[in-house]
Design a protein around this ligand. Structure first.
Ligand code: ZN
Length: 163
């Protein structure tokens, strides 16, 4: 038997106070209905925004999932709630500190199985992806304004008008 050792994330040099939290809820095809029900009860109990529902893995996430932002004031209440309500789904909770690499590695809290995210540190000279638009994690005024459904993705680009 071989023992697989996961590489340990770097300890961040500096950790800023979070502006909000994210939670990612992972599911497989057999768990999709559970995820849909959780998506509903979540929004009966919490004001969320910065929402993505992905029905397939992508470059970063190894499984289908949905994710959303939470007010930092709701962190404790959410963790207590998801501990009781996750119905076997694997859940990641992480702060949004401005360091996306640290947020998803060293600062990540997992319930259930810890999944391997294919996240790489952004080079210091790489452009800030939020430089030309508001950082969605800061937009707490959007909390609870929209009821999100499976398939919604607030990061998706609006369709380009043709001519
Ligand atoms: Zn996240």
């Amino acid at each position: 038997m071989t023992i697989q050792t996961l590489s340990r994330p770097e300890i961040p040099e500096r950790i800023n106070a979070p502006v909000s939290y994210h939670s990612h809820i992972y599911f497989n095809a057999a768990q999709r209905t559970i995820a849909e029900q959780l998506n509903e009860s979540l929004q009966d109990n919490f004001k969320i925004w910065d929402y993505r529902w992905l029905d397939a893995p992508n470059q970063l996430h190894p499984s289908a999932m949905f994710r959303f932002a939470l007010l930092k004031e709701d962190f404790q209440r959410y963790v207590e709630w998801i501990l009781k309500n996750r119905q076997g789904l694997n859940v990641l909770v992480h702060p949004n500190t401005g360091d996306g690499y640290a947020d998803h590695t060293y600062l990540a809290i997992w319930l259930g199985d810890k999944l391997h995210l294919n996240i790489k540190k952004r080079p210091a000279d790489a452009p800030n992806p939020y430089a030309d638009r508001p950082n969605p994690m800061f937009q707490t005024h959007l909390a609870g304004l929209v009821r999100y459904r499976p398939g919604d993705d607030t990061l998706a680009q609006p369709a380009q008008p043709k001519d």
